[in-house]
Design a protein around this ligand. Structure first.
Ligand code: SAM
Ligand code: SF4
Length: 337
């Protein structure tokens, strides 16, 4: 029988296999979502500080040999990095990688969608927190609502597996929750509501959220009492539901209440090449410096194994281990959402 002892797979010290890489290719972005970064932006990395595409391809090649088969490209806004499409095409052809997805804010030109389709993209996660132009402007500090809606429609027309990511914010978009659920009745889309996390880059303070999974679900069930619970995929980050007869589905991601850590199969690499074994963990080790200091592929493989052998069991334990000054100003754009 094939098991972790007969194959060279990557496991953590809690017996969880890692097979999904979230790769942040930049920390830069053309929007300024207030839950992610301040109006003036972040102290963005210089080009020399972030991994080159060649360095990323090398790490992916090593991880693919350790059983990593799924990759999500994220950021920052991935499409603001030059030559992203040819890079993604190369990644999609790496032996062992069979699922390539991307998370984007959908402000790029619509012709990107054709490129994504041609390379056989598995899914596009589109960030869209509301269905109203003014609220969108307030949240993202940019007037791009119409563009993002066109991007959304073009994704559906192209037949690309599309998910909408909506961060639930008490002060901004509660009125959008039900209309966004209704969207799933007409469109084959998965609308996923995300609990707000304390990674806003110092944009604002953070008080532990009131709108958690349970509250969001209760709110949705009030409007749709017959809401169906779907079977969640193994390692799913969301709890999934469906309105009877709907074309799409509804998900809730407990990113703050962290009830899904037990099956976490994710590796995060920041734009600077730091490994995060958990969203709530400090970047623990710089693979950029390791590679630039001449590490061999075998040494890199061993380092991944060593670091995952010290992984916190969940996001709460990881958060406890983090020093207090480093946690307060982190942004999802530098972590890689
Ligand atoms: N720029 C791209 C986008 O917005 O889709 C990709 C990067 S963004 C950091 C990835 C995801 O993280 C987005 O869906 C965004 O809504 C989410 N996100 C950012 N800051 C967050 C926060 N403080 N809490 C929860 N989700 C957050
Ligand atoms: Fe940019 Fe995405 Fe952060 Fe919004 S959530 S500021 S689009 S990186």
């Amino acid at each position: 029988m094939v098991n972790k002892y007969t194959l060279n797979l990557l496991f953590d010290n809690h017996g969880r296999q890692l097979n999904y890489l979230r790769l942040a290719v930049t920390d830069r972005c053309n929007l300024r979502c207030f839950y992610c970064m301040p109006e003036e932006g972040l102290n963005f990395s210089k080009k020399s500080q972030i991994l080159t595409y060649e360095e990323m391809e090398r790490l992916i090649g090593i991880l693919a040999k350790l059983g990593i088969s799924k990759i999500r490209i994220t950021g920052g806004e991935p499409f603001v990095r030059k030559d992203l499409v040819p890079f993604m095409k190369t990644v999609s052809e790496i032996d062992g990688i069979d699922r390539l997805s991307i998370t984007t804010n959908g402000t790029g030109p619509l012709k990107q969608i054709e490129d994504l389709k041609t390379m056989g993209i598995h899914a596009v996660n589109l960030s869209l927190d509301c269905l109203d132009r003014e609220r969108f402007h307030k949240i993202t500090r940019r007037d791009e609502f119409e563009q993002v809606m066109s991007y959304y429609k073009a994704l559906l027309e192209a037949g690309i597996n599309t998910k909408i990511n909506a961060v639930v914010m008490q002060e901004h978009n509660l009125d959008d929750i039900i209309p966004m659920c209704e969207l799933t009745q007409q469109d084959n889309v998965s609308v996923r509501f995300i609990e707000e996390m304390p990674f806003n880059g110092g944009s604002k303070g953070y008080t532990p959220i009131e709108w958690n999974h349970n509250k969001i679900l209760a709110h949705i069930k009030k409007a749709f009492p017959n809401l169906i619970k779907l079977t969640d995929e193994k390692n799913s980050t969301s709890y999934n539901y469906q309105i009877p007869g709907a074309k799409g589905s509804i998900g809730i991601i407990p990113s703050y209440t962290r009830t899904i850590c037990g099956t976490c199969d994710r590796i995060r690499l920041t734009p600077k090449g730091e490994l995060k074994t958990c969203l709530y963990q400090n970047g623990s080790f710089s693979f950029r410096d390791f590679m630039r200091d001449g590490a061999t592929d075998q040494e890199i493989e061993n380092k991944f194994k060593e670091l995952f052998n010290q992984r916190a069991k969940d996001g709460f334990e990881a958060e406890k281990q983090k020093s207090s000054e480093s946690s307060s100003f982190e942004s999802m754009a530098t972590i890689g959402g």
